[in-house]
Design a protein around this ligand. Structure first.
Ligand code: RAM
Length: 335
């Protein structure tokens, strides 16, 4: 009898110890889901690599990478619903629509999930903060300045964007239009804004459509890595390199050949690895209560240094890099 009691006590102690250990283990793993506009975009794959780097550096993170096949708000809503069911700790989203994602993001936050947006924002009421790679005003205005220099401030121009609802591209296009109101651009005319939905084939078709509809077109701004690469190819295939100038936001690895052969003489971008690293880092620190996510707070974001949260809880990183013939090789090896 005594022996039986002893065994039972030992078993109970073992069960207790095991549950304590597994509870501590479960508590340690912070599950962070990076939800991108769509899969198959090398820009977001670089963001994912940055996220994985932060996860490794911080430790105790399960990093999840997801996105719909096409960049729609509906696709992202479905994924967020399933992330809520999986009870992840944080969602880091590049949004396909500024407003349509607010209700589902609010549901996620109500269930205790930390939601931040990066790259392409959700409206303030649907997230704690937004991490922008650079100021939208700066990006929009500088794109127009670059193209104006390439075409001597004269002629018809067009924009080939991502999806028509994308928060980031739409903000940049608004600032491009503001910049174009300056007297310096009186001889430049924005004749069309078209949308390639961050899909290569659709972007290619839209570019070709622009060449046909606007025979006098002098320049194209494509503020999307997918769009600019597809436009580069379309220009080459149509024999229009040099006749129509191309600039925008491109990945050096995808644009190297077009930069080198003059199809795109100048473009810019920020480092998507740094963007993914920073957003994952910030999400973790918010989950842990080490960042508050309040306006005015200066966050110490690992190897990126300090990033300040500004009005509307938007935290802005730095200015984009400009890529040309003489520096493209170096960057093409990184992203
Ligand atoms: C595409 C996406 C992304 C944008 C870059 C510049 O990869 O639209 O959101 O930031 O281009």
């Amino acid at each position: 009898m005594k022996k039986q009691k002893f065994i039972l006590t030992m078993v109970l102690i073992a069960v207790f110890l095991l549950s304590v250990v597994s509870f501590a283990g479960a508590q340690e793993n912070v599950r962070i889901a990076m939800l991108v506009k769509n899969l198959g975009n090398a820009f977001f794959e670089a963001c994912r690599d940055g996220g994985l780097e932060a996860a490794k550096e911080l430790g105790g993170i399960e990093f999840i990478f997801q996105g719909p096949t096409t960049p729609t708000a509906e696709g992202q809503i479905e994924i967020i619903d399933s992330l809520i069911a999986q009870k992840v700790n944080a969602i880091v989203i590049s949004a396909n629509d500024v407003d349509a994602l607010v209700p589902v993001c609010q549901r996620a936050m109500k269930s205790g999930i930390t939601v931040i947006s990066f790259d392409s924002g959700v409206a303030p009421e649907g997230r704690i903060l937004h991490l922008a790679p650079s100021s939208s005003e700066f990006i929009g205005r500088s794109q127009v300045k670059m193209l104006a220099n390439l075409i001597d401030y004269k002629g018809e121009i067009a924009v080939l964007s991502a999806s028509s609802q994308a928060t980031n591209q739409n903000e940049w296009i608004e600032w491009m239009k503001e910049e174009l109101k300056e007297p310096a651009y009186k001889d430049m005319k924005l004749v069309a804004v078209v949308y390639g939905d961050d899909l290569s084939d659709k972007s290619y078709r839209e570019a070709t459509g622009l060449f046909k509809s606007y025979p006098d077109l002098r320049g194209i701004i494509s503020p999307t890595t997918v769009g600019i690469a597809a436009t580069g190819k379309a220009l080459e295939d149509a024999g229009k390199s040099g006749k129509i100038e191309l600039t925008g936001l491109g990945l050096p690895s995808e644009m190297k050949q077009y930069i080198k052969n003059g199809t795109c003489r100048q473009m810019s971008l920020w480092n998507p690895i740094d963007l993914g690293y920073s957003s994952t880092y910030i999400a973790y620190k918010l989950v842990k209560g080490e960042f508050q996510g309040k306006e005015g707070e200066v966050m110490k974001v690992g190897r990126m240094g300090e990033i300040k949260i500004g009005p509307d809880n938007v935290a802005v990183m730095s200015e984009p890099f400009i890529f040309e013939k003489d520096n493209i090789d170096k960057f093409a090896e990184i992203y």
